[in-house]
Design a protein around this ligand. Structure first.
Ligand SMILES: Cc1cc2nc3c(=O)[nH]c(=O)nc-3n(C[C@H](O)[C@H](O)[C@H](O)COP(=O)(O)OP(=O)(O)OC[C@H]3O[C@@H](n4cnc5c(N)ncnc54)[C@H](O)[C@@H]3O)c2cc1C
Length: 453
């Protein structure tokens, strides 16, 4: 008998650890509800995960088995279960968040364990420790062999057990997608059919639903990355003309996710410290005015239409378009000069597709404290709106106060006079920071911290 310990992988399909555990022995599937680990997961995402665990329990029951659920401290619970069921080895998939890695090490000190790479296509250990830029990471990563999807375990290799535990069903303030492998696969298939052929051309168009929305499924483990890679590869083989470039771009984007996991694996402090070395610490604003600005940013009331639309999308859906994620993050860390960690923590609480490596790595990239090779990258929310929200439909969707304002005036909003703004949309906010002053203050502060002034 072996135990398979489910963590961020509530699925039977393309689950490498589960398949390995079931290869030539009986497997007892287990989930440990450990409040100490779950407290790092935002409430919204936790609600989604609990739905996924309930669905998984049902899936095991349909296979004549059950997901054994225990609440408590992970290592103690698993050690006791191994003894109770006479299991000789505990299998699990590798996780990269430091708290989970510490748990895995502590477990391995107590019982024999086998761990597998499942969350990513290429194990971070197979690559160099550090890359100067994404291009070089991509070249190396691209050359690595990628495994096919793991086959689902045979029903008769699953332990014939039953477990009456009821998992919690917490209330949630955002609509959640169905938390199952079937729902993930349906979404993928629809995107492969209708979206991926023009992905590169359209993905930045904010008003269009032109991205895959796979992040919520991938990061909650509802679909395996090998299954996605294989399906996209097949689509690439079938692509004709310009589709080829579009499908290829999608595969390229997946490599960013892999790079962020690689980064966290080699830099566990990515979640708390600047990745880049500075000559002197960045002098983030921390006074009362900064606190007010941070609160306005969180509420989507900065008076910068694109930033506010993004923050309100996050609040309403637990999701935000990548282009606006970059803009709101840059606005907080640069125009408002507020520590990127405040923003990353807010995203952790709000996102339903949160992944610690991707979130913190992307925040650092956008804040110019991470892997970006540009010294001080500052997104201008005015020109970004003009470029990516053609016609202003994205902003109008999330900022109804601007519904009747002409698009050109929405673009110019932060630079209009107070009187003009009052006349156009008295309900909407005035900018909390001057566009040029915010930009120049950030430029000065970052260059000084880098020792370039
Ligand atoms: C500040 C900030 C925080 C972010 N936090 C997260 C997070 O917590 N979780 C998360 O999944 N993504 C995060 N991203 C990356 C990106 O915004 C999302 O992956 C993307 O918006 C998800 O939508 P999609 O699945 O429709 O993307 P698509 O455009 O369809 O991309 C397909 C997949 O590729 C991967 N991908 C695409 N872009 C990126 C990227 N820039 N970095 C890493 N992977 C990428 C994702 O797995 C995504 O699901 C963050 C980006 C920024 C700037």
């Amino acid at each position: 008998m072996r135990i398979f310990w489910h963590q961020r992988d509530p699925r039977l399909v393309d689950n490498r650890g589960l398949t390995a555990a079931a290869s030539d022995d009986t497997v007892l599937p287990v989930f440990v509800y450990d409040p100490e680990v779950l407290k790092y997961v935002g409430k919204r995402q936790r609600a989604l995960r609990f739905r996924a665990w309930r669905r998984l329990k049902q899936a095991y029951r349909e296979h004549g088995s059950d997901l054994v659920v225990r609440k408590g401290e992970t290592v103690d619970v698993l050690t006791d279960l191994a003894e109770e069921y006479g299991a000789d080895t505990i299998y699990h998939n590798r996780c990269y968040r430091p708290v989970r890695r510490n748990r895995a090490r502590a477990l391995a000190d107590r019982v024999p364990t086998e761990t597998l790479t499942d969350q990513v296509l290429v194990s971070p250990e197979r690559l160099d420790e550090r890359y100067p830029n994404h291009g070089q990471f991509y070249d190396d990563w691209g050359d690595q062999h990628k495994l096919p999807p793991a086959s689902a375990p045979e029903a008769d290799s699953l332990a014939a057990v039953s477990d009456g535990t009821t998992l919690p069903a917490p209330d949630v303030d955002v609509p959640l997608p169905e938390a199952s492998h079937e729902a993930a696969r349906d979404r993928l298939d629809a995107f492969l059919r209708d979206g991926i052929g023009s992905y590169d051309d359209d993905r930045d168009a904010l008003g269009e639903d032109a991205t895959s929305r796979m992040s919520v499924y991938l990061n909650n483990g509802l679909i395996g990355i090998r299954e996605v890679w294989r399906a996209v590869g097949d689509r690439l083989d079938a692509a004709t003309g310009g589709e080829h470039r579009n499908v290829e771009k999608y595969r390229y984007e997946l490599s960013w996710r892999e790079q962020m996991v690689h980064l966290l694996y080699h830099n566990p402090r990515l979640l708390s410290e600047n990745y880049k070395r500075f000559e002197r610490p960045i002098d983030w604003r921390e006074d009362e005015a900064a606190e007010r600005d941070l609160a306005a940013w969180k509420r989507g009331e900065t008076g910068y239409p694109l930033v506010d639309a993004g923050m309100r999308q996050l609040d309403r859906e637990g999701y935000m378009h990548n282009r606006t994620r970059q803009n709101v993050a840059s606005f907080l860390a640069k125009h408002l000069l507020i520590d990127w960690r405040e923003g990353a923590r807010h995203f952790t609480r709000q996102l339903i597709d949160h992944d610690p490596a991707v979130n913190y790595g992307s925040w650092q990239w956008t804040a110019s404290t991470g892997t970006d090779s540009v010294d001080v990258r500052i997104f201008d929310p005015v020109s970004q709106f003009e470029k990516y929200d053609d016609g202003g439909s994205y902003v109008r969707e999330y900022v109804p106060e601007l519904a009747d304002v002409p698009t050109g005036r929405i673009a110019a909003w932060p630079t209009l006079s107070h009187g003009e703004r009052e006349e156009l949309a008295p309900e909407y906010h005035h900018p909390i920071v001057d566009r040029n002053e915010g930009y120049e203050r950030a430029q000065r502060e970052f260059e000084a911290a880098l020792g370039k002034r």
